[in-house]
Design a protein around this ligand. Structure first.
Ligand code: AMP
Length: 509
């Protein structure tokens, strides 16, 4: 279903009016925090004051507002304010250094930059060089932006922005080369929110346990746009903490998390069916959820986690069904309005059951990479399908299973090896917590397979090899098995295979 089928009349400001505008005057609680509650009306007042502050700082429609700040209600209102004032929101991971910020601020030609006071000295020359106005916003909701907003009116007329106008630029985490700015227009963001409302059946009765960062698609658009649009509430916590999750869970109806949230919850004996009995829905995404976690979760709580798949460039693209079977290890089927096909490198569609790269199109798909026309052209087929780079297989019932990124594909002796197949077998071995299989340069084979394991002391490399010997062709079997305390992950819980490949690149030389 496309946006035009669902919404015939856009408000003057497409995204703001449809998402934050609907319940803006309500006295219902929008956000519960550890400090207190914020109603929709109070949130709107905050948004309007911030929108005035941005306009006074010179923001013009279409200009970028780059924000690196610790998660707070004020930061969420800043997102809404940027959209309402006609700007393009550019959230930045809180772990980026000033050196990294330099690239984003200058590449995006931000006109306003907002950072924590602690980063002000380091970022001032960067903002000056870019000709941007620098303001500050701290975790405790103080800073020069807040002072600038303080005396402003709590009424603000939204700046008109149409469905094709940009609402946000999110830089990809880019493991190779420079990170690219994915341009998301109002239509991309709004259509996905509407599709998710329908698919996951969110209503104003929902209270979402929100412990994700809000500089990423998952925590910002998927969670916040959706709950604001339906008029629900969020328990808005600064970060994930299993003990705080259990404290708040009885008040929640739903949760969105990365797989690590769920494995950490399962590590708590207090996490039971009783504590989760008011929950309607647990959603997982941003990284693969192990089938074993899915099963253990159901055994413990009676809930089947709903796994979905998306990326910065595409918002959400596939989801397990809400009503029908949620199949462990799969990311479900295309969402309404999203067309998915699996193709080879040349773009030729593969037969059902075979592995191919996910290509997709729909209102959810971004409009291109900011000022990178060649990268944009390379990423799209002539018929408009976006090449995601994720490799997957579709079963007879239409469920899609992701087997890895195309750049994680190992080619050894000219043969393709999909890490996920080997990881699945290793993970099934008693005492193994998780594994990552990578390819590193090998003088004979081009690449040699290496398995990196997190396991308890009882596990030996010989036992793991013996366990997979009769299940895997010889060329797929790891040439080396290494043990580590933890796999390197980024803040969204994604295993950083590129980091491991670099670390071990000389192993066979
Ligand atoms: P990002 O742009 O940071 O959201 O990362 C998007 C990437 O995360 C996708 O291209 C996938 O490789 C991965 N990803 C997202 N959701 C899932 C999932 N449910 N299972 C496996 N990988 C996922």
């Amino acid at each position: 279903m496309s946006l035009s089928d669902m919404t015939h009349n856009y408000g003057a400001n497409t995204l703001y009016d449809a998402v934050f505008g609907v319940h803006s005057k309500s006295n219902k609680t929008f956000l519960y925090t550890e400090q207190g509650e914020v109603s929709y009306a109070a949130f709107t007042g905050m948004t309007n004051k911030l929108a005035h502050a941005l306009s006074h700082a010179g923001l013009q429609a279409g200009e970028r507002v780059a924000v690196q700040a610790k998660k707070s209600v004020m930061q969420l209102a800043l997102y809404a304010a940027t959209i309402k004032a006609g700007g393009v929101y550019l959230p930045l991971n809180t772990s980026y250094t000033a050196h990294e910020l330099d690239y984003f601020i200058s590449n995006a030609k931000a006109s306003i930059v907002i950072v924590d006071d602690a980063a002000k000295d380091a970022v001032t020359p960067i903002a000056d060089a870019a000709g941007a106005t620098l303001l500050t916003l701290n975790a405790d909701e103080t800073g020069s932006l807040v002072s600038a907003a303080d005396g402003q009116s709590d009424q603000f007329e939204a700046v008109p922005r149409g469905p094709e106008d940009l609402g946000a630029i999110l830089y990809t985490s880019g493991t190779t080369g420079r990170s690219k700015g994915a341009m998301l227009c109002h239509r991309n963001l709004l259509s996905n929110t509407q599709v998710l409302e329908q698919t996951w059946q969110f209503t104003s009765d929902d209270t979402l346990l929100h412990m994700l960062p809000i500089y990423h698609t998952h925590g910002l658009f998927v969670a916040c746009n959706l709950l604001a649009m339906v008029g629900g509430s969020m328990i808005f916590l600064t970060h994930f903490d299993a003990e705080r999750a259990l404290h708040w869970m009885p008040k929640a109806t739903s949760m969105m998390g990365v797989p690590t949230f769920y494995t950490r919850l399962l590590a708590e004996t207090m996490f039971t069916s009783d504590i989760s009995r008011h929950m309607r829905l647990f959603i997982s995404g941003s990284a693969p959820l192990l089938a074993a976690t899915h099963i253990e979760f159901e055994d413990r709580t009676g809930h089947r986690i709903l796994e979905r798949y998306g990326m910065t460039e595409t918002n959400m693209s596939t989801s397990n069904p809400y009503q029908n079977e949620r199949r462990a290890g799969t990311v479900g089927m295309p969402l309404p309005g999203v067309t998915v096909r699996l193709a080879d490198d040349a773009g030729k569609v593969v037969s059902k059951g075979e592995i191919g790269i996910i290509e997709l199109c729909g209102d959810n798909v971004f409009t291109g990479y900011w000022e990178m026309p060649e990268k944009t052209a390379e990423s799209f087929r002539d018929d408009g399908f976006f090449i995601t780079g994720d490799m997957a297989r579709e079963d007879e019932d239409g469920y899609i299973t992701i087997v890895g990124r195309d750049k994680d594909l190992i080619i050894s002796g000219g043969l393709n090896i999909y890490p996920k197949e080997i990881e699945g077998l290793i993970d099934a071995h008693d005492g193994v917590t998780e594994s990552a299989v990578i390819g590193v340069p090998h003088p004979d084979f081009g690449e040699g397979v290496v398995a990196i394991l997190v396991a308890d002391d009882s596990v030996t490399a010989e036992a793991v090899m013996a366990g997979i010997a009769d299940k895997l062709a010889k060329f797929k079997q790891p040439k080396r098995i290494l043990f580590v305390d933890a796999l390197p992950r980024n803040t969204m819980g994604k295993v950083q295979k590129a980091v491991m490949r670099t670390e071990h690149e000389e192993m066979f030389s």
